[in-house]
Design a protein. Structure first.
Lengths: 145, 523
């Protein structure tokens, strides 16, 4: 029982590390890393809904930890990086990860703030009649029947 | 189980069913409307809602084959270049539409006379003008007066702001000396009683509340399987439907109005075949389900170095150009298209799109790549006029049935040579526009597969029983108390979104029912 708990914990930790490698923090633009934006528990639950994907992920992680003498001292970040580099897991996680990340409160808030700031600097709301003057002065464009 | 007989039964509570219910509700008739979908709470489909992009992926997906809700029916589109997009609920497809609300042009009703293609409608723009205005008022349509591409359109709400991206593109149109105009938009750009400012004009909040308060009984989650006819008179006398508790019921009516769109309406008529009408109801011409028109859509996306905030503003409602709408001399195709400037995608759609085109990789460059695209793209659609072809049709699919056991639909649809040339011309013109406004790169393709919003022509209108299904008032030639009001009665498709014309036609038809009841009623 204890072993299973430890293994589950490791799997969750590795997945969290994996998604943070896939979407890291970007301080320049105030964008959070994946685990800061999304609910990791719900994310893993969604991923594991697909049994085949669940088996694949567990197999990949198992493969990496099987040769470790002390499971508690395993470098999970290193394992996560190795798995990401194998290019298998990205395909399994990407759609749900992108969906959860880009619909999260943290990301939407950050993007909105940034956009407002950038747009405020640009000239906007030019007089519409002025813009339309050329078109308005053109001839009728529709055919009479 | 039989319900009490009513004067008028409307099937479908979308754009046309709602307008019909409202207009007839003022005339003292007993009216029931049966809608196969549910009532959707306004809050759950607001485009302002945080998770609208997420919902678009599943339960509010535009494709019924992906949504697979209980109210949806299967549509086999393997033999079609374009997939159907719709929504089945009170409000119909207006629940998910962008609100782009242009009218047809005068020439759209006379393509045979003017350009020797398609067919002429038995009515013209002038016949609908009053109803366009009435509908604009009821729905709430924003725009700018004085558009040289149309006869004068009055009483519009203030136009939707172009925003920074729109202004940039407008300048590009001006440089090319091409027509452009702020989009006619079904959006409440000022405070209207009973509506939130900037809400889209969906019929569940425009027409339905008044129709219901005038006494129309709206029954959601009621799926009509067949229209029944009298074995003696051959007139329609009611429908068989499955109610929300899965009970089979009969509703009798003196007059039946079908408002199920260009796919649902022929499906129902064909599925109602009986001994007297073995080819389906109203199908003596053999044209029920034929002449399907879907508006082939081209898509061009310009990528800009500058941040344009292109996602700011209501989706689909920015600018429309009618520069290439009419037939031009020395062109290899007849008729034309609208150039519709859309808005940039939200964050999720941006990410999924650029991932698809291998422009987004996970890891340290993830955010840089995303931010290089988000708000930096200008999407433009080319809406091509689709001409009627008998070889484009729908038929019943007895192998794929809906949750109530009613056959689904199979679509056969190919782009004509005319449409292909038109589409190619449109894509090239928009690429030219993108270049003019400084796009660093452009992608262009068409027809867009998942863009079959506009479902037209499958029970066409005409004067003769031989080559049309309904007359100019939507009354079927074969059964006088069976009337169709949706876009299936369109003769040609125009090159603009059809909802404004669908509703104007509905108001005209229902006015005729009110004014000349003897023509219609089975009493």
């Amino acid at each position: 029982m204890g072993k299973i708990k430890t293994k589950d914990y490791i799997i969750i930790k590795v997945i969290k590390n994996i998604i943070d490698i896939m979407i890291p923090e970007y301080n320049n633009e105030n964008m959070p890393k994946a685990t800061s934006a999304i609910n990791s528990k719900k994310f893993i639950k969604k991923i594991f809904k697909n049994k085949k994907n669940k088996e694949k992920i567990i197999y990949l992680i198992d493969n990496e930890i099987i040769n470790q003498n002390n499971i508690k001292k395993v470098d999970l970040k290193k394992i996560a990086l190795k798995i990401v580099k194998s290019n298998i897991i990205g395909n399994i996680l990407e759609k749900i990860l992108l969906t959860d990340y880009f619909t999260s409160n943290a990301v939407i808030k950050s993007l909105n703030k940034k956009s407002k700031k950038k747009l405020i600097k640009k000239k906007n709301n030019q007089n519409i009649d002025l813009l339309l003057r050329q078109v308005k002065n053109s001839e009728v464009r529709y055919k009479l029947t | 189980m039989k319900n009490d007989k009513v004067d008028i039964l409307i099937i479908g509570a979308g754009a046309s069913g709602a307008a019909a219910a409202w207009n007839l509700s003022q005339s003292g008739y007993s009216i029931i409307c049966l809608e196969q979908g549910p009532i959707i709470k306004k809050e759950s489909y607001s485009f302002d809602q945080k998770n609208w992009e997420l919902y678009q992926q599943n339960k509010f997906n535009i494709n019924p084959n992906i949504r697979k809700l209980k109210s949806d029916y299967p549509i086999d589109d393997k033999n079609s270049a374009i997939s159907v997009a719709n929504f089945n609920a009170v409000g119909g497809s207006t629940i998910l539409y962008s609100g782009h609300f242009p009218r047809f042009h005068p020439s759209d009703f006379k393509t045979k006379k003017l350009d020797n293609v398609g067919c002429d409608w038995p009515i013209n723009y002038d016949d609908l003008e009053y109803y366009y205005e009435l509908n604009d008022k009821k729905m709430g349509v924003a725009g700018h007066e004085g558009d040289p591409a149309y006869p004068y359109i009055p009483n519009l709400l203030p136009a939707v702001p172009l925003e920074y991206m729109g202004e940039k593109i407008a300048k590009g149109f001006n440089k090319l000396n091409w027509h452009w105009w702020p989009s006619y938009s079904g959006i409440a750009t000022k405070n209207i009683k009973g509506r939130k400012k900037n809400s889209r004009s969906t019929v569940d909040i425009t027409y339905w509340p008044e129709a219901i308060s005038n006494g129309v009984e709206l029954k959601p989650n009621c799926h009509v399987q067949k229209i029944t006819t009298s074995s003696i008179s051959g007139k329609a006398n009611g429908v068989i439907y499955i109610d929300s508790n899965n009970n089979k019921k009969i509703q009798l009516a003196s007059l039946i109005i079908v408002a199920c769109n260009g796919i649902g309406t022929p499906r129902l008529l064909l599925n109602s075949a009986n001994k007297m009408f073995p080819k389906g109801l109203a199908n003596s011409s053999g044209l029920v389900g034929k002449n399907l028109m879907l508006h082939p859509l081209g898509y061009v996306e310009g990528q800009f170095s500058e941040f344009l905030g292109s996602f700011v503003g209501p989706q689909g409602c920015c600018i429309a150009s009618q520069e290439f709408y009419e037939t031009r001399k020395n062109k290899e195709f007849k008729r034309g298209y609208t150039i519709q400037v859309l808005r940039g995608a939200g964050p999720l759609e941006t990410a999924l799109q650029i991932k698809k085109f291998n422009k987004l990789s996970f890891g340290k460059n993830f955010h840089k790549q995303f931010l290089k695209n988000y708000g930096h793209t200008v999407p433009v659609a080319v809406i091509c006029e689709d001409l009627p072809e008998k070889s484009n049709f729908i038929k019943l699919d007895h192998r794929n049935k809906d949750s109530n056991g009613t056959p689904g639909v199979k679509i056969n649809y190919k782009l004509s040579k005319n449409s292909k040339k038109m589409l190619s011309d449109g894509l090239n013109k928009v690429k030219k526009l993108m270049k003019k406004i400084g796009a660093k790169s452009t992608i262009a393709f068409g027809p867009v597969k998942h863009a079959g919003w506009h479902l037209m022509g499958t029970t066409k209108m005409g004067r003769s029983k031989k080559n049309s299904v309904v007359n100019e008032f939507g009354q079927t030639h074969d059964i006088k108390n069976l009337v169709i009001v949706d876009s299936s009665i369109f003769v040609t498709s125009g090159g603009v979104n059809p909802v404004s014309t669908i509703q104007a036609l509905t108001l005209r038809i229902t006015d005729d029912i009110k004014n000349n009841p003897k023509k219609y009623f089975n009493k």
